[in-house]
Design a protein around this ligand. Sequence first.
Ligand SMILES: NC(=O)c1ccc[n+]([C@@H]2O[C@H](COP(=O)([O-])OP(=O)(O)OC[C@H]3O[C@@H](n4cnc5c(N)ncnc54)[C@H](OP(=O)(O)O)[C@@H]3O)[C@@H](O)[C@H]2O)c1
Length: 279
Amino acid sequence: MSSLPGPGPGRPFAGAGAIVTGASRGIGAAIARALAREGVHLLLVARNADRLSTVQSEIASAGGTAAALAQDLTAPEAAERVVQVARERLEAPYLLVNNAGIATAQRFDRRPPGEWEQELVTNLVAPLRLTYAFLPTLLRAGRGHVIFTGSATADRPLPRLAVYSATKAALRGFGRALDLELVRRGVRVSVVEPVYVRTELGRRPTDVEAPLERRAREHPRSALEPEVVACAVVRLLYHPRPVVHVPWTWAASRGALNALDPILQRRWRLPPPTAGPSA
Ligand SMILES: NC(=O)c1ccc[n+]([C@@H]2O[C@H](COP(=O)([O-])OP(=O)(O)OC[C@H]3O[C@@H](n4cnc5c(N)ncnc54)[C@H](OP(=O)(O)O)[C@@H]3O)[C@@H](O)[C@H]2O)c1
């Protein structure tokens, strides 16, 4: 393994190696492109090989370096496989961005038995497994950063997104505690928590409209572009922090929202279901 990334003119992370999960589209693809502009060498991971290859080609034609691995991260052997490929393809592993995630908007009692467990595994178990598998590499190097894509639902859980909100709140707890465990060993851990971002998340045709989707339809300008989240991730490399809210103004407004919870919660309460499976 060659030397770790050192200071360079203007791009201190040039040559550092990063795994980015969920890099085939949306926020993950934007993070990958932004890291590539910093000179970071990438391993892009997601299931859809064609879409991964499109992102990989975009990065290569802009002068960046990226390898791609089509892998379902919920598979039991996934973490070991990703880390094995990272060891082969990244000269100086430094960063893991656990970004892959899914969201199904549905009343909890209406979800098919066990179906919601897939969301727990994708959003929570899989990133923990990958972190566990990759950490020895970072700890041996005495330097590194693990970033999770959390969500503002960690603070403001939403009806029909109970399981999703639970996974994101758990990621925040895990990330903060792990940062305390590792910071004195040279490895930082951060959770990036965006509000609604314009991507394909939760847009599967079978989904009922999630509250955030409705908000975006009613107030189209309230949705962030994935690039805004990618900027926050790059800033974290330079200024590591345990939790970052995107946009930063959310940090202030969430305090006020939490204080107004008794009133706001009445507004979010769902009516009793009417006939039909998607009520
Ligand atoms: N959009 C929002 O409003 C929003 C807000 C806050 C947080 N987030 C979080 O941001 C992250 C990225 O979401 P997004 O909005 O960019 O959604 P997206 O466009 O649906 O992208 C999700 C990514 O995760 C990958 N993925 C899903 N399941 C996977 C699996 N089992 N194995 C490997 N890869 C998998 C998908 O690739 P394949 O389908 O090719 O596998 C895709 O690249 C998620 O963690 C999400 O919770 C999103």
